[in-house]
Design a protein around this ligand. Structure first.
Ligand code: ATP
Ligand code: MG
Length: 342
């Protein structure tokens, strides 16, 4: 079976972008692939955060994975920090990652600009190296992510190739290893629609957990009236009717795409259905569709989060399975890099 890994940071409430760009696709993939879905708590500390909230956010995120349909009879769900190999491999990879590669990362530039110098730790810069570790430890074939992670995936691929070149093949064999490549070179899986869900208050920036305004996103756990209110108040324009793909109407395109995904209709059907609607009519249609779609997820979430023993059991089991694979890869890397075996 081909293997898939992916994760979300416990940096806030999971929103529609995380769901449509990543999590929803996991649900289909888990039927065909060997899947590992983790909560990337080590990544979540790369910007100032509240230590009092981290463990709660981690459990909430795990519960939401399950509520969205991640099925633990098929997929492994675990917490990144529970598998020590992630942080350990990161050190090894850091040492062979050119700083120039990291300086080029758009996410680093954007997040560091917003956070201000005082708040930018080295971890924000090396974030993609930790992400590469997350992926390469499992010899993953595919990584389902949103469009914003494409550049990090490209770096992961380059890093895998670099390690294979520097330490793999005959050199590794001489050290007593199996030879060949140390890491499999993974590929991103970016959905055709939903890969970049935009903010409700600005159709040109992506919906994000870390955006200061909660009005900019629909969280999966938002109550009905909050969803209705956010949609009612979200940014509109003064063009007549509703249409896809008009570059002057990014908000309109974004909301239609969200409706398309949530309703399960085709783009053509949505274009036809909404063409002559005004913003008011369309917004109430969208709000109702969102509320209907999210309600069962919210009900399941409440059930799961109230049974902490069950949730902890799932996470312990997931970490054990993950650690088995991750440790094997890590040992290979130590060997290929020439370390004295323990
Ligand atoms: P933060 O602002 O803390 O970075 P985030 O909203 O970007 O949070 P992440 O935890 O960084 O969420 O990303 C988790 C997954 O969700 C990744 O696969 C990412 O590509 C995807 N994702 C994030 N935002 C969007 C979006 N607006 N549209 C589609 N996919 C998204
Ligand atoms: Mg992000």
């Amino acid at each position: 079976k081909k293997r898939i890994v992916s994760g979300v940071q416990p940096t806030g409430s999971i929103h529609l972008g995380n769901y449509l760009g990543a999590i929803r696709n996991w649900i289909l993939l888990q039927n065909t692939y060997d899947t590992f879905f983790f909560i990337v708590d080590l990544h979540a500390i790369t910007l100032p955060y509240d230590a009092q909230q981290l463990s709660k956010a981690t459990r909430d995120t795990a519960a939401l994975y399950l509520a969205c349909g991640v099925d633990t009879s098929k997929a492994s769900v675990f917490v990144q920090s529970h598998v020590r190999a992630h942080a350990e491999l990161m050190w090894l990879l850091s040492s062979v990652t050119p700083v120039g590669w990291l300086n080029r990362m758009i996410q680093f530039k954007e997040k560091s600009r917003k956070a201000g110098d005082e708040n930018v730790g080295v971890g924000l810069l090396t974030y993609p190296v930790l992400m590469a570790s997350d992926i390469l430890l499992y010899q993953s074939d595919f990584v389902p992510v949103g469009e914003d992670q494409k550049q990090h995936l490209e770096l992961t691929r380059e890093l895998a190739e670099r390690v294979n070149h520097l330490f793999g093949g005959r050199k590794w064999k001489k050290l007593g290893g199996r030879g060949g490549s140390v890491f499999k070179v993974p590929e991103p899986l970016i959905p055709p629609v939903g890969a970049r869900v935009m903010s409700l208050t600005d159709g040109l920036s992506k919906m994000s957990k870390s955006a200061p305004s909660d009005q900019s996103r629909i969280n999966l756990l938002d109550p009905k009236d909050v969803i209705a209110n956010k949609i009612k108040r979200c940014k509109t324009d003064s063009f007549p009717g509703m249409e896809f793909d008009n570059p002057e109407r990014p908000e309109c395109n974004n909301l239609l795409s969200i409706y398309q995904l949530i309703s399960g209709k085709t783009k053509e059907e949505v274009a036809e259905e909404c063409r002559d609607m005004n913003w008011g009519t369309f917004k109430s249609l969208l709000a109702d569709a969102l509320i209907d779609h999210l309600q069962p997820i919210q009900v399941r979430y409440e059930e799961i989060i109230s049974d902490s023993a069950y949730l902890d059991g799932i996470l312990a089991e997931g970490a054990m399975k993950a650690a088995g694979i991750a440790d094997a890869t890590l040992n290979n890397v130590y060997q290929a890099m020439g370390f004295l075996q323990r």
